[in-house]
Design a protein. Structure first.
Length: 161
């Protein structure tokens, strides 16, 4: 996950090196990807961290599910509003459907499943992490397509050379 975050930052650096100025959309999407990946990374590290303190397995997964679900749902459900506020446009419908709706639904389902005490709660937790990683990958690739279609904003001095 951390490698993916680095890759997204590298792509923006390459765009800048090619002479393009970073747009508000570029910066907003980079920040969103990094936040999402840090939440996913923290959620992946939380269960083994809690296990070091001799906490019961059921409580580890229950606490991890809540501590993962609350910030991630907040991040996902506020995404359209935050994007509109910064960029002036709503996310593309496919990104809204996959990243926001599907990603949030998977987290809510995982939270209900784990808090309900059903068998294989750990599997539901890890599956929600994995699904949200792939919904982010989908949103990132879609965003890359939008970013790469933006015109290069090269200064006049650079155009003459």
């Amino acid at each position: 996950m951390v490698t993916f975050a680095g890759f997204s930052a590298l792509l923006l650096a390459i765009r800048q090196a090619a002479g393009a100025r970073l747009s508000l959309l570029d910066r907003y999407l980079a920040k969103t990807v990094l936040i999402h990946l840090f939440v996913l990374t923290a959620a992946a590290l939380l269960p083994p961290l809690l296990a070091l303190y001799d906490i019961s397995e059921r409580r580890i997964w229950r606490d991890s599910a809540v501590l993962f679900a609350l910030p991630m749902l907040s991040h996902l459900l506020t995404y359209p509003h935050r994007r509109r506020k910064v960029v002036g446009k709503a996310p593309p419908p496919a990104v809204f459907a996959v990243f926001v709706i599907f990603g949030s639904a998977v987290i809510v389902a995982m939270l209900v499943y784990v808090l309900g005490g059903f068998q294989y709660g750990a599997a539901a937790y890890i599956t929600a992490l994995a699904v949200n990683f792939f919904t982010l990958a989908f949103a990132f690739v879609t965003a890359l397509d939008v970013i790469m279609r933006q015109p290069l904003d090269i200064s006049e001095g650079d155009q003459q050379q």
